[in-house]
Design a protein around this ligand. Sequence first.
Ligand code: WT7
Length: 648
Amino acid sequence: MEKNIESHLKETRVFKPARAFAKNARVGSLEDYRRMYRESIRQPEKFWAREARELRWQKPWKKVLEWKAPFAKWFVGGKLNVAENCLDRHLQGPRRNKAAIIWEGEPGDKRILTYQQLHREVCRFANVLKRNKIRKGDRVIIYLPAIPEAAIAMLACARIGAVHSVVFGGFSADSIRDRIADCGATAVITADGGFRRGAVVPLKHNVDEALQGGTTIRRVIVFRRAGNEIHIEEGRDVWWHRELEYVDAHCPAVPLDSEHPLYILYTSGSTGKPKGILHTTGGYLVGIYSSTKYVFDLREDDIYWCTADIGWVTGHSYVVYGPLAAGATTVMYEGAPNWPEPDRFWRIIEEYAVSILYTAPTAIRAFIRWGDQWLKKHDLSSLRLLGTVGEPINPEAWMWYHEKIGGGRCPIVDTWWQTETGAIMITPLPGAIPTKPGSATLPFFGVDPVIVDQRGREVGPNVGGKLIVRRPWPAMLRNIYGDKGRYQKQYWSEFKGNYLTGDGARRDRDGYFWIVGRIDDVLNVAGHRLGTSEIESALVSHPKVAEAAAVGRPDELKGQGVVVFVTLKSGVNPTPSLKKELRGHVGTHIGAIAKPDEVRFAEALPKTRSGKIMRRLLKEIAAGRTVTGDTTTLEDFSVLAKLGSAEE
Ligand code: WT7
């Protein structure tokens, strides 16, 4: 039998919610959290019905949940509209004139849209969609920069019941073509270009290339953003601003069945063809509304900034739909964090008095690498809450975030979830749950995660295993678009009726979850199964290291040897003696078994466009092979070329 994943990282720091924060929080104590959690598990239908009643339903549901594993229906028989809940619902009271979106473009241009203005723009654009024969159920590709029009386009689709599929603006023509083919989209909404690090990304040009040779696309709507020259295909392409001249701002929200598809979002996973993750209307909205409210402990005057691109699920759930459903002010920024200088984020926080910042560990490690001088010039005192998502956060990066960005006063919510889960699943509630650097802590309401061994038996404290979820939750995926077989096999067959996350994890004696990485990445060294994140965190705790990735390579004696790729902080010299020092450092922090066989210095690590390290590529390099397989999600190709000749 295969052995369980071992876990060696010892983190003992605990941060209790500050009394002042807890006093005003929605959930203000661990006891309150436990009581609500217990209720959400014992009587999920009662719990979720109460949350759902805070939203607007055009027709009430008959049944909260119908579960025929692995197919769930939430709020069966109910009718509602997501755009109506994100917009119209806020127009009766003072929120009407509150900023819904505060936006900043990379070149420095600025726009603020109040709820009333956003509502108007969404209605007008929804009429443009209708005018262009886009109907309920049609699939629409959105390929836009992070500009307000991205949110407007998403909400306009939702308003008429069209199903959007946002393709990240950094993806190529091939990715667009594949996605169009998979979902049979009939329209594309794009822009002439977008700005990234001062250059123009030729979005419309990429669309033209994707559509060459014929596809199901009949209409392309083009927003003018960058002013670059583009080709307009007569009969197929229309300008957004011209179309607006033909429509008014009256557009009733279509009542949609609770299980009506809201969007498809493609996620590549580690291998194979991208999966079109399907999310629907009622359950998804309730899930993200409720999690936004509790996890970020939103209050009326918060300025909330989630730095994710709208091309990722984080952008869907926690830039657009969650905050708007909750009536918050959401900040959107178009460009790179180091443009024109590495202090862009801190400038934005100071200028708009951002109070909640939600970003990714990869960004935090980049800030650490760029040096503290960039934040010293800025007043970050408006911040009251910080969040992370996307990967395990290395405890040292957590501490830096806590001290340098949060000034030691802001709770950090390390939120674990996935494209498939739609909403946050494991997370601290900032006023209630004490945090430990590197742990996503405890399950969110209604979520029933457990760690099991190969045979599906729950493992004891501090034993590593596979993370699964034992029951359905409202924002869960409903299908892989058009492929029920793959959906069943991929997520629900290994432990029948349980959702397989694909992540390895352990729970400590307090029941806290520690994600140790993707199961596919687990190393097997001389019979010991080691998660990648612990070795990486040990390296990042060394004062000279900015970022690290651990992978296995075939080893005759041990089965696998450990190879680590390390990027150093600015100004540190990559010397042979430092390699030795780093091996020793891992040895002291984790144990001799995890000591890397080889340390390689790298200028940068290959990452996906959403900032995840692509260990699969590093594995091939570590084994001395040339990189094969899909590299289309790679952010910067030059990184690979440099790694090939890795030695300093
Ligand atoms: C995978 C999902 C969820 C939105 C962004 C990523 C990893 C995500 C955490 C966290 C440890 C995390 C997991 C997960 N992950 N958040 N807080 N701690 N790991 O969505 O691209 O679908 O990736 O990201 O491995 O399975 P995604």
